[in-house]
Write a protein that binds this ligand. Structure first.
Ligand code: NIG
Ligand code: FE
Length: 424
């Protein structure tokens, strides 16, 4: 099945190999084509990108009388701008329960750790999740992924981590793997985050011992997770504990990701560098030297600006990352404490509140995170180029900048997902 898109407005294709750093992230001549291009999609793949007139000569003009049964569908986008499918490289997708009462606790001065010690935080969600049926969790996951797609996300990374026993972590990964096989949903890349917190009744050393001897081998045997992650933060998992879990995970064939420096500079950047992990996320309090070392080791910095938004803390300095040539991306960190799956909201936060150029924010929401979380087809994603997966968004606007100027409703009229056009 071939679908032909004529009369594309500005096309923010972001084409090229690998991720972008420094000022190359702002190179609109390289990354954006002027209005007047066309795109030919064959099955799930972008077959051709060329001037619209040339494509129209080959396939004819747009015809509203075409039926679903015709072999070629020709559509005009009437000058609407197009950007790549958004890539959300860090989510905690599956959990049940509600932690809204914590907002009042935070306003009365309680910290994240104090809330956790009061029985709130991750432990509260672990309890609610354990009481939810498989079917309920599947429904929650489905609804969240549909919401994410409506906001233009065509691929998500999703972590377990609200189980904390072997059986419950395997259950979360199994339910997530069911979502991987459903139609009309973004694709999913699964990460095991058993080291998210210490379950009640154990100390952290005992839990790490359990992870190494029982939970990790079971996760490897199950085979659904592609990566492992650890909440490496003072008060949760130490550098040594994180190192043991990550090294054993790598020995078992998993890729590595980390949560570091969410609340303080705890030295996680050093471990991320030593292990050359794929991405070190949050990294809000990481010092400059550690950032430089991470960059030399090829580690992506995955900023999660929804968390300081939800917690009322400081934004990281994104423009500093540009000035210092770091490789960085943004992701929602969707979790019970940060309930957004909207990458356009984060785009707005960066460009309208933190002086980040909208093109830099777009690269950080598409091409750069795609390098940390491959598409299951094996094709490139997070950019629009020939041979890549046909994942892109059509804006309800003639300017590509509109992607990050509408933080509430979706800015997109439709999303092409694996070659199929979905209207919002
Ligand atoms: O990345 N910080 C660790 N994990 C999540 C939050 C978990 C929670 O509060 O439930 C995060 O922000
Ligand atoms: Fe997280």
């Amino acid at each position: 099945m071939r679908t032909v898109f004529l009369d594309v407005g500005p096309l923010a294709h972001l084409a090229g190999n690998g991720s972008l750093q420094g000022h190359s992230i702002l190179d609109s001549n390289e990354l954006i084509a002027a209005p007047g291009m066309g795109i030919v999609v064959m099955d799930d793949t972008i077959e051709k990108i060329a001037p619209s007139a040339e494509i129209q000569d080959e396939y004819g003009a747009a015809d509203s009388s075409q039926t679903d049964l015709s072999e070629v569908t020709v559509l005009s986008l009437n000058g609407k701008a197009v950007i790549p499918g958004l890539v959300d490289g860090h989510t905690h997708l599956l959990w049940a329960g509600d932690r809204s009462r914590e907002l009042s606790w935070r306003h009365s001065g309680k910290s994240y750790k104090e809330i956790s010690n009061l029985g709130g935080g991750i432990q509260d969600t672990v309890k609610s999740t354990s009481q939810a049926t498989d079917e309920h969790l599947l429904q929650l996951g489905y609804a969240r992924m549909r919401s994410s797609l409506r906001s233009g996300t065509t691929h998500l990374e999703a972590k377990s981590g609200y189980g904390l026993t072997t059986e419950s972590e395997l259950r979360l990964l199994r339910i997530a793997s069911q979502l991987q096989s459903m139609d009309h949903l973004p694709s999913l890349d699964l990460t095991w985050l058993g080291a998210h917190d210490t379950p009640a009744g154990m100390n952290t050393n005992q839990y790490v011992e359990h992870i190494l001897s029982e939970q990790l081998p079971s996760v490897l045997e199950q085979g659904f997770a592609r990566s492992a992650d650890v909440f490496c933060e003072p008060g949760w998992f130490t550098i040594e504990q994180s190192e043991d879990i990550l090294k054993s995970s790598r020995a078992g064939g998993l890729e590595l990701r980390m949560h570091i420096d969410e609340f303080s500079d705890g030295g996680g950047g050093g471990l991320a560098t030593e292990l050359k992990v794929t991405t070190a996320d949050h990294a809000h309090y990481t010092n400059h030297e550690s950032r430089m070392e991470m960059e030399s080791a090829g580690v992506n910095t995955g900023f999660l600006p929804g968390t300081p938004y939800a917690m009322g803390s400081q934004w990281p300095n994104f423009n500093d990352a540009i000035e210092n040539d770091f490789t960085w991306s943004i992701a929602t960190d969707f979790n019970p404490n940060c309930k957004t799956l909207s990458m356009p909201f984060l785009g707005s936060l960066l460009s309208q509140r933190c002086s980040v150029h909208p093109l830099a924010a777009l690269v950080a929401a598409t091409r750069n995170p795609s390098e940390t979380t491959p598409h299951p087809s094996g094709k490139v994603h997070g950019r629009i180029q020939e041979g890549g997966i046909a994942n892109f968004n059509v804006l309800n606007a003639p300017y590509w900048e509109a992607w990050c100027m509408q933080p509430s409703e979706t800015p997109f009229i439709s999303t092409c997902l694996n070659g199929k056009l979905i209207h919002h």
